[in-house]
Design a binder for this molecule. Sequence first.
Ligand code: AGP
Length: 616
Amino acid sequence: MCGIFGIITNQDTISVGNIVFEGIKRLEYRGYDSCGIVSLSNSKLYLKKDSGKIDEIQRKINLAEIPNNSKLALAHTRWATHGAPTKINSHPHLDCHNKIAVVHNGIIENFLELRKELTQNGHIFRSETDTEVIPHLIESQMKKGLNFKDSVIESLKLLKGAYGLAVCQVDNPNSIIVARKESPLVIGIDEGKTTYCASDIPAFLPLTKKCYIMDDDELAILKAGEVEFINLLTNEKVKKELRTIEWSIDAAEKGGYEHFMLKEIYEEPTAIRRTLKISKEQLKIFANILWSAENIYITAAGTSFYASLAGKFILTKFLGKYIQAIECSEFQTQLTNSLKKDSVIIAVSQSGETIDTVEAIRWARSYKDVKILTITNVVGSTLTRYSDNVIVTQAGPEIGVAATKTYSTQVLTLALVALEIAKLRKVELESDIVKYERALRSTPQIIENFLKNNIDLIKGIVDTLDKSAQFFFLARGISIATAKEGGLKLKEVACRFIEGYSAAHAKHGPISLVRAGFPIIFIAPPDETYQRLIGNVMEFKARGGKIISLVVESDNVIAELSDLTIKIPQPGDKYHNIFSPITFIPALQLLAYYASLLHGLDPDKPLNLSKTVTVH
Ligand code: AGP
């Protein structure tokens, strides 16, 4: 995944260099191994790019400094796929004569054959990237006499793969051409004055709240303060809805916190409260479809998959049907011969752009007559286009690469659907459903209370575990999802090796690693698995393991057995226990966050990771 940003304006009073620099910085979460800016002025392209993080490059070559009279600029922040993260491979990429510049997010699958053909026709390539074929293709179309727009259109016809791209050309200083296929692209507009393009809305949010969301196979011609859309399949103009973004830029920026990850953990209560307001109608649609379904699957990647595991547990309780959870990358492989028509598939994805999730759903749709229910945090994302029904979680923009508030809102959404099913099926007493609802509605307050009183405790635990490089996160029942997700956070942002596992299963192998002082984090709400979990705690304690437990306030059994204890301020009844994946997770997210700081890492930019994985 990469980030692209572009601006075209007719205003003399604004500094294009600063705007494009700030814009691309707000997209740094999408990739941060190299960055570049191209500006156009006096019929010439001015290119600045290098490898490294944006601030480092800024210090080195002052990216933001571009010719004063520039009214057009494009920028890119890269997460390498084809070619190492070097200066030469960083974007923008130019044609042979430095007249065309392209920034691109996605992968051109047939770039090798295109490159070979272009090379045979005399084009000189400078980088190892797939992207570089694009400016050369446009160059060769223009050489044939086509105008800028038609050259881009004809070039796009030759590409196989995914792209969100922006192009400028020196003889067309009044326009930027952008196009989208399977990689996100949004257009911001200050009518009559300035137009922006970006991979994500926060990039231009401080500048305008008016935007268009591009669809696949669309091209747009951006002029200062105006935009025209063309459907690439029909070649016809498209009239698109101008949307007003309700988020404030504060929601998209750090707002006083040292890192986005910390800010987003603190935003969990608000995100949950907003998501609790999802319309009953939408929940009922999901509930009815699931109630009448014969075969139900749930699919996702990473954190969204762990949210799905927790959600599946809650859904199954109230639905009384088996739900199969399959990682999206395995979906097609596992179901090629067994996916039945009339199946219902729940797809969960924060971004709605994860390629494996999108592909699983696309495959399922084309293969069988199935229904797709999507839960995502991003309106208009690719996944939503392949879905019969969509619920958008109300987490707000999540910038930290490690998912935090989107996890809790995904579990919450699945829980809300589950409670709607409970009402339909009437298998629970009405008074019980009321208590479950009350417990679910109390989750933001529980998290707020926890955050208020436990930061020093978490920091202290992190200090104590300073030297530990390996951890087990163990649990039973629904809390296995919490163990896996809590462990994933520590792995991602603190670079510790962890195994998130079933506590019972752990004695069938993993326990052999335990030596004196080996840290084991037990997630232990007092649900139906609690008594047996005590046995598991004893097993690991007997082998010298350092026991860290996550329990409810009133716990005094596992807490007593533990070396260190984190107490979540919530009742230990069945109504609250089932929603513990929501209330217990912030403690583990914070543990990971402070461990990351202790090890001198940047929790917002975990090594080798990207916020949205758009490659297989
Ligand atoms: C979460 O911390 C990770 N960055 C990653 O596992 C992520 O959850 C996964 O890539 C799925 O992304 P999605 O929810 O946008 O589909």
